[in-house]
Write a protein that binds this ligand. Structure first.
Ligand SMILES: [Zn+2]
Length: 431
């Protein structure tokens, strides 16, 4: 396919940069995987190009979901699942592994078909994510660019222990686990530093610091020695401070800040990644939640408040804030990233334009891939999506993608596998 040129004509470009405005009368020329030029319509030479007429639709960078888990679909279950047992079965024998990788592959493909051209997966089962990532890279599977931590590291009784995270009980075990994960060729390392909403039965106490500071430092030092960045699940003040002081690069979720925390973010060059989607079913009291208790509702309220307060302060203080869905959580689908972008506007008070800029170029910067993707610019990968209406006016335009371009490959009228009963409930609760 070398030197195969495609010209995208009659599209309205939203390029993903901070002050993007709709740009008409330009032609985007893609050769092989990359955008090689953006030319005036009047003077563009299309003679050696395959021409794709966008018919006045909007073309923007492919979306980047900065926080996902790939094994699940987000479909609610009637009873709480024994996730530990399921993960054990999936990882312990060849048949289970084949099934598990198949689930990851199918979910990743569904994300791509919904316009997510890069997905950062922060805690999965064994090495399934990186195996699927490599099969996509080698052309064996269709899917987005996957940036993965594979299995995360937690402590005994900690967040996602023995499901999406291995358990460390000493500093030595932390080193062994980083080495074990490094053998699976991840793209980064993920730590679970505090508990999560469902990890406590105590009212008002979500996000307790569970991982000792010395484990955090040991994990970060070891990960950094391999060249890996460290992302950490943190949902409480003490946890954020311990994470930043000991080398964590991105605070996933977050907690209410003070000046000390903001100073640390600045000093360390760290970023926050906001994930509002998983808390919504609790704070809005969805029916059909198998674990909707008053404690869960109250604790989710605390967490969403902390996350939002931190995001607002970070934005004010020029600290990078990215967004992700935390897909696989109940009611958080792999194809519903557009909802997180809308929540970011509704909860954090940013403009549609800034939210879209965040979902593309800022997320690329935080993931360290802004040299290759995140905006429609010459020299970057042709990662683009096409939507009928202007998302700057209404972000729900992003829920129906009429074309996805990933590394130059075209998917016209991509088929997204939606879960109808989930969509009905989520649509009722969009603020
Ligand atoms: Zn997560």
């Amino acid at each position: 396919m070398n030197n195969y040129r495609t010209a995208f004509i009659n599209g309205i470009i939203l390029d993903g940069t901070r002050d993007m405005v709709p740009v008409k009368d330009k032609v985007i020329i893609v050769e092989d995987k990359k955008i090689v030029s953006i030319e005036d319509k009047s003077s563009a030479n299309l003679s050696d190009c395959r021409v794709v007429d966008l018919g006045g639709k909007y073309i923007l960078p492919g979306l980047i979901n900065l926080h996902a888990h790939l094994p699940g679909t987000g479909k609610p279950t009637k009873k709480p699942m024994n996730l530990e047992l399921i993960c054990k079965l999936l990882s312990s024998n060849p048949l289970g592994q084949r099934i598990g990788k198949g689930m990851v592959a199918s979910n990743a493909k569904n994300a791509l078909m919904a316009g997510v051209t890069t997905i950062r997966s922060l805690g999965g089962i064994a090495d399934f994510d990186s195996a699927v990532r490599d099969d996509i890279k080698n052309g064996k599977l269709i899917g987005p660019r996957i940036i993965t931590a594979n299995s995360a590291i937690t402590v005994k009784g900690g967040h996602m222990a023995n499901t999406f995270a291995y358990v460390a009980s000493s500093k030595e075990e932390v080193v062994e686990l980083v080495d074990k994960i490094a053998k699976t060729k991840p793209d980064l390392i993920k730590l679970m530093i505090t508990g999560g909403v469902m990890d406590t039965n105590e009212l008002g106490l979500p996000g307790m610091l569970l991982m000792p500071a010395e484990y955090i430092k040991t994990a970060c030092d070891r990960a950094h020695s391999y060249g890996y960045k460290v992302a950490a699940h943190v949902q409480g003040y003490d946890g954020v401070i311990a994470a930043l002081e000991n080398g964590v690069d991105t605070i996933e979720h977050g907690a209410s800040p003070d000046d000390k925390m903001l100073d640390l973010f600045n000093k360390k060059g760290a970023a926050q990644v906001v994930t509002l989607s998983p808390a919504i079913p609790y704070v809005q009291r969805f029916q059909n939640m198998s674990n909707l208790s008053e404690v869960a509702v109250e604790n989710s309220t605390v967490i969403i408040k902390g996350m939002v307060e931190l995001a607002k302060e970070c934005l004010k203080n020029k600290i990078p804030v990215g967004i992700g869905t935390d897909s696989s959580c109940t009611y958080v689908t792999q194809y519903g990233f557009w909802r997180e972008i809308v929540h970011f506007v509704n909860y954090c008070g940013v403009s549609n334009s800034f939210a879209l800029h965040t979902a593309t170029l800022i997320n690329a910067q935080i993931a360290g891939i802004d040299k290759i993707t995140g905006s429609i610019e010459v020299g970057k990968m042709a990662d683009m999506i096409v939507v009928e209406n202007n998302p700057l006016e209404d972000l729900s335009a992003l829920q129906n993608v009429s074309m996805v371009v990933f590394e130059g490959n075209l998917f016209i009228d991509p088929k997204v596998k939606k879960i109808p009963e989930v969509e009905t409930v989520l649509d009722e609760h969009m603020a």
